[in-house]
Design a protein around this ligand. Sequence first.
Ligand code: AMP
Ligand code: MG
Length: 468
Amino acid sequence: MTLTIPFDNTYARLPGTLFTRQAPTPVPAPRLLAWNDALADQLGITGTPDAAVLAGNTISEGADPLAQAYAGHQFGGFSPSLGDGRAVLLGEVIDQTGQRRDIQLKGSGRTPWSRGGDGRAWMGPVLREYVVSEAMHAMGIPTTRALAATATGEDILRETPLPGAVLTRVAASHLRVGHFEYFAARGDTDSLQALFNYAVDRHDPGATDPLSFLKGVIARQARLVAQWMGVGFIHGVMNTDNTSISGETIDYGPCAFMDGYNPSTVFSSIDRNGRYAYDNQAKILPWNMAQLASALLALMPDPEAAIPPFTEAVHAMPDLIEAERLRTFAAKIGIASPRAGDTALIDDLLALMAAGRSDFTNTFRALPSNDAKDHVADRDAFLDWADRWHARLESEPDAAALMARTNPAVIPRNHRIEQMITAAVAGDMAPFQTLMTALATPYQYPVDQSLTRPPSQDEVVTATFCGT
Ligand code: AMP
Ligand code: MG
C-alpha cells in the first residue's frame, strides 16, 4: 500500500519572503535504514514506508517542499543569511492529539541557502540524530523526532567518501530564534509580523503581544536546558539558529551525553573555547533569548520604551533556569517538593561526583540502592553526604519511585553510538536495533546490560564532529 501522509500545510501559504519553494534532489538508490512505526501512527500516516518518498525522489501528494529563511548567531557572530541549506520542509500534518507537526527531509540536497555545502548528510549524523532524539523523547525531554532514516546509495565527500543518508524529521515546528533575527536584521517588519503571528498561532495561542510571546519561549527554553543538564546532555552547537521557538531540542550535531561527570565537558570539535560546555549551556541561553528579544523589539510601536520590560524578561531567565534545575535535580535525589536548602545538598553531591569523575548516569541510578558510594572517589565524604540526604528524605515518602522514573538506567552513550555507526556503514543494523530497543524504555535496565557500562579506556570518545 502506498505511503500516505495527510498533509495540511500552512507555512507554504505565508509571504514568499519567508521561504523558497525547493524540491529535494533525487538520489541514485534509496534504501530504508529505519522507520518509526509508532510515530507514523501518531501522525496519521498510513501505508508501507517507501524509500523513494523518504529520500525525496518521489513527492507525495499534498507535499509542498520548501526551504525556510533564517539567520543566526553562530558562536557569537551574526550570520544574516543561513536558512535550510540541506533540508526541505515537506509540509505539516495534524497528529492524533490535534497538534500540528512539521515533516522535514534533512540531507535532501542543495537549496538556495547551501552556500558552499553539498546539501547532504552522511549516514553517521543521520543515525546519531535518529537514536539520540528518540532517546530524548523516551526520557520525556522535548525534542524533534525521527520518522525515518534512508540511505541514498551515493557516497558524499567529507574528509573521505562516506555513505549519504536522509533523515525524516518531525517537529512541533522548525521555527528558530534565527527566523526572527533574519527579518529584524533586514528591517522587513511586514515579514517579521507575519512570522510572529504564525509563531503565536502555533506555539503561544494565549500570547497577546511580543513580550508575552518572548516570556513563553524563555520559559520553555529554561525548562529544556534544565532537563538536558539532568541527563548529562551537551547539545554542542547552541547557536541561535539551533534554538527552537517551540522549546524542543533541535539540530543534533556534535551532541553527546557525559559519561564521567565534569561540568566543563565539551565534545564538539568546533567549540574551541567551550562556549557550549555542559555547565555553560545555562549561561548561553539567556544570551540567545536576548537576541530574540532584540529582534522582537522591531514589532513594538515604540521600541525604545519596550527595552526595559524586554530586558527584564531576559534578566529573569537565570533564576528561572535555576528553579528548573533545582526541580530537575531534586527529583533525581528523590525530592518531589524542593526547598531552598536543597540546592546545597545537590551541589555537594555533584562536587563529590566531579572530584572523581563519577559516571553521571550510573551514580544517580545507584543512589537508592546505596551503591553510589562505589562510584564516588571520596567514600567517607559521600557517606557524610548520604546521612544528610537520608535525613532530608524522611519527609519524602515516594523518593524511591521518583528516583526510578527520573534517573535513566540507559542513555545513548557516545562509544555505543560510534560503534553503531561503524556497524551501520558496514551494512549491519543490529547494533542500531539493540540501542533503539533499550532506549525506548530508558528507566528500565536493558536486557543487554553492557549498554549501561561506561566506555573502557580505549572506547572513550573525546570529540564529536558536526558531520555535516
Ligand atoms: P548546523 O550547524 O548543522 O545547524 O548548520 C548551520 C547552517 O549550515 C545551516 O544553515 C545549514 O543549512 C547549513 N549547512 C550545514 N551543512 C550543510 C551542507 N552539507 N550543505 C549545505 N548547507 C549546510
Ligand atoms: Mg542548524
